[in-house]
Design a protein around this ligand. Structure first.
Ligand code: FES
Length: 79
């Protein structure tokens, strides 16, 4: 299993829209962080689909180590 790359040692603030599906990059290689751009194809990792339950600003994990994916849980502070 491939270990994810650290895209950023901190969360990405993203505005999401209720009912829309977002594909969070789990591999850390995407150039469109925190979302998937297909770069994971060189790994065995895949994006995580997230359907927004409301329109809001979220903190999405940038270090890819969160235990509460796709959200930031503070894991970047241990890196
Ligand atoms: S580019 Fe990272 S999961 Fe798709």
């Amino acid at each position: 299993m491939t270990s994810p790359a650290v895209a950023q040692k901190g969360p990405y603030l993203v505005q999401v829209e209720a009912g829309k599906t977002y594909y969070w990059c789990s591999c850390g290689l995407s150039r469109k962080q925190p979302f998937c751009d297909g770069s994971h194809k060189v790994t065995d990792l895949t994006p995580l689909a997230y359907v927004a339950t409301q329109t809001e600003t979220l903190e999405m994990c940038g270090c890819k180590q969160s235990q509460d994916k796709p959200f930031c849980d503070g894991s970047h502070e241990t890196l």
